[in-house]
Design a protein around this ligand. Structure first.
Ligand code: COA
Ligand code: AMP
Length: 634
């Protein structure tokens, strides 16, 4: 086997040979004409001319190859007290039948289908059934509010919505149907059908003509075969926070995605077919799409679908119980889950109660993995703890310690090296796009073309794609992250260069929250930024200046602002801090000094820019923050 260094070099020098080789692991119904079409940069197309089906590669193919009796999916739900297993044969049958139910409603190749589901097996069934018939799914995370759903409905224009009647959080059951009804009322586009899976915890009221009962449809459906789709056809659209607050519809193709994800299981995660892989994320996020659903199934593994939280369902030992009971080889989660476990079980008492002998590696991503958390996990678990760097846009790791090649020494705080396929450069945007010296922080960019699996464009928005990612640094994809590469070639991801923050591993736009706050009748202007939090990594903090003459109690307005963000964006925004200030610090040209305010809240050293309009405002901000306990003790 080639070394990491050899493969990395090969992937950049001869990308077509490298990825054509990886593509042998995928079953194609028609071979490609060209591995890579780069005639129209920055638009690149992988495996042009080829045809395949992602669902076939995830399911039927493994049954044909003799894996029919192996578990494909283990649903473990401490929140409802259920464990349910599906073999590859069973999952293929269920998906084929549900695909038949979809075609029975007239849903066909190219149609969009919005999926709004909690962490239950039917979420995977819905996604895979769409893939089977060539429909394009767009999964929306359950923690988003109706308005966010409505924005996605209007952009993707789905012909149908597939949902469960409710999601279950530790402290409450969330009825989904009223949220869906409200979203459809708000949206201009009206999906013709919705398919509702009734959960016993909270049954939904159905609207005649539009709403269909999942089980009834399924019972009357015939199994549907896989339809061949072009490798370049979209498999899904996943909306993610963008710089303006309007979510971006990241498109994923079928062929390149299957090739990259299957390759990653072996080389990034060191996982073999038949192994048990667990991504403790949510199907509503990219990690859930790639590593709960597609990659483990493409690779013939058993995937775990966990409906619970790292703590409180029932305790901080739940992860270890799942690893023990299902013989999990690798766990992939966000650092915040480990911070939560550590806060409740600092001495790792729960860990020692379980047999973790099958457990091999812990992978962390989604937000910066702080060295403290990594060291704690290393000491407690006695397995390698591997930080890797990711984005919704790329769909898989950009930087990682690729375990399939043998582990490189870990440097705390670094996701190690670029993954084969990603030509990572640190660019000085102010310095004529020159590359930064080793050790100097700059904008992280990837030289085009991006490898297979990365986004080919934004949904029906080629201009937005170019503007958001390609226009600033010609010939490069701008990641939106800033960082550096050290003397030894290790990557360090330090901060976002835009308004995106990561709250408990969930990607959110502070610009979106500012839009909501400024919509409140008493707010004259506002600024939202991410401040440090010992559990969630970052939490949003809003500063508002009230309109002249407003004399209602500040606490009432603050409560309304918190409620408004929850109503418009959703509970996942975790927006709890709205502070009323007299003025916002600005430069003389009127630019709000968000970075300086964040530093004051985080207790970091700051320097007011020479262009500040009135430095006294910073004293006022400090006073307000002190009253609410910031900078917080860490
Ligand atoms: N549907 C509806 N509401 C949801 C939801 C969902 N799928 N997921 C979260 N929420 C709600 C929560 O109930 C909470 O509501 P509350 O304000 O009423 O308490 C709110 O959104 C904020 O959720 P979260 O930020 O996740 O905080 P939490 O206190 O509920 O849990 C952790 C904290 C650390 C336990 C939790 O964030 C976690 O398990 N994180 C793991 C990381 C992860 O999965 N990342 C995904 C990318 S890899
Ligand atoms: P998402 O699109 O939700 O996966 O979020 C992507 C963003 O999360 C990246 O652009 C980074 O800012 C951040 N991120 C993800 N993984 C890491 C990591 N391992 N280290 C630092 N930041 C990370």
């Amino acid at each position: 086997m080639a070394s990491y260094e050899e493969d990395y070099k090969e992937s950049l020098q001869n990308p077509e040979t490298f990825w054509a080789n990886a593509a042998k692991e995928i079953s194609w119904s028609k071979p490609w004409d060209r591995v890579l079409n780069s005639d129209n940069p920055p638009f690149y197309r992988w495996f042009e001319g080829a045809e395949m089906n992602t669902c076939y590669n995830c399911l039927d193919r493994h049954v044909e190859d003799g894996r029919g009796d192996q578990d494909a999916l283990i649903y473990d739900s401490p929140i409802t007290g259920q464990i349910k297993k599906y073999t590859y044969r069973e999952l293929t049958d269920v998906v084929a039948r549900f695909a038949g139910a979809l075609t029975g409603l007239g849903i066909k190749k190219g149609d969009r289908v919005l999926v709004y589901m909690p962490m239950i097996p039917e979420a995977l069934v819905a996604m895979l059934a769409c893939a089977r018939i060539g429909a394009i799914h767009s999964v929306v995370f359950g923690g988003f509010a109706p308005q966010e759903l409505a924005t996605r409905i209007d952009d993707a224009k789905p012909v149908a919505i597939i949902a469960a009647s409710c999601g279950i959080e530790p402290n409450r059951t969330i009825a989904y149907k009223p949220l869906i009804d409200a979203a459809i009322d708000m949206s201009n586009h009206k999906p013709a059908n919705s398919i509702i899976l009734q959960r016993p915890e909270c049954e939904a009221e159905m609207k005649a003509g539009r709403d269909h009962d999942w089980r009834e449809l399924e019972a009357g459906a015939e199994p549907e075969p896989c339809v061949p789709v072009a490798a370049t056809d979209p498999l899904y659209i996943l909306y993610t926070s963008g710089t303006t607050g309007v979510p971006k519809g990241v498109v994923r193709d079928n062929g390149g995605h299957a090739v990259a994800l299957r390759w990653s299981m072996k080389y990034v995660y060191n996982i073999n077919p038949g192994d048990v892989f667990w991504a403790a994320s949510d199907v509503g996020w990219v990690v859930g799409h790639s590593y709960i659903v597609y990659a483990p199934l493409l690779h013939g593994c058993t995937t775990i679908l966990f409906e619970g939280k790292p703590i409180g369902t029932p305790d901080a030992g739940t992860f270890w119980r799942v690893i023990q009971d299902h013989k999990v080889k690798a766990l992939f989660t966000a650092p915040t889950a480990f911070r939560a476990i550590r806060q409740q079980d600092p001495e790792g008492k729960f860990i020692s109660k379980y047999d973790l002998s099958n457990f091999d590696t812990l992978f962390l991503a989604g937000e910066r993995a702080d060295p403290d958390t990594i060291s704690w996990a290393q000491e407690q678990l006695k397995v390698p703890v591997i930080d890797h760097w990711w984005q919704t846009e790329t769909g898989w790791a950009i930087g990682a310690n690729c375990m399939g090649y043998g582990m490189k020494p870990v440097k705390l705080g670094s996701p190690t090296f670029p993954v084969p396929g990603y030509d990572i450069r640190i660019i000085n945007e102010e310095g004529g796009f020159a590359e930064m010296k080793r050790g100097d922080i700059g904008v992280i960019a990837v030289k085009l073309p991006l490898p297979p699996g990365s986004l080919p464009t934004l949904w029906q928005n080629d201009d937005g794609y170019v503007k958001a990612y390609m226009a600033d640094i010609p010939g490069y994809y701008k990641t939106g992250d800033a960082g550096y590469i050290d003397e030894d070639g290790y990557l360090f991801i330090m901060a976002r260069t835009d308004d995106i923050i990561n709250v408990a591993g969930h990607r959110l736009s502070t610009g979106g929250m500012e839009e909501v706050l400024s919509g409140h009748r008493d707010v004259a202007e506002c600024a939202v930024m991410g401040v440090q939090d010992s559990l969630k990594g970052q939490v949003p903090m809003g500063f508002v200046v009230l309109n002249a003459g407003v004399n209602r109690p500040e606490e009432d307005i603050q409560k309304e602002l918190v409620a408004l963000v929850r109503e418009k964006i959703g509970p996942v925004a975790a927006f709890k801090l709205a502070l009323v200030v007299k003025r916002l610090p600005k430069t003389r040209s009127g630019k709000i000094l968000r970075g300086v305010m964040r530093k004051i809240a985080d207790g970091e050293e700051y320097k007011a820019p020479a262009t500040i309009d009135d430095p006294e405002v910073l004293t006022e901000i400090t006073e307000v923050l002190t009253k609410v306990g910031y900078p917080a003790e860490r």
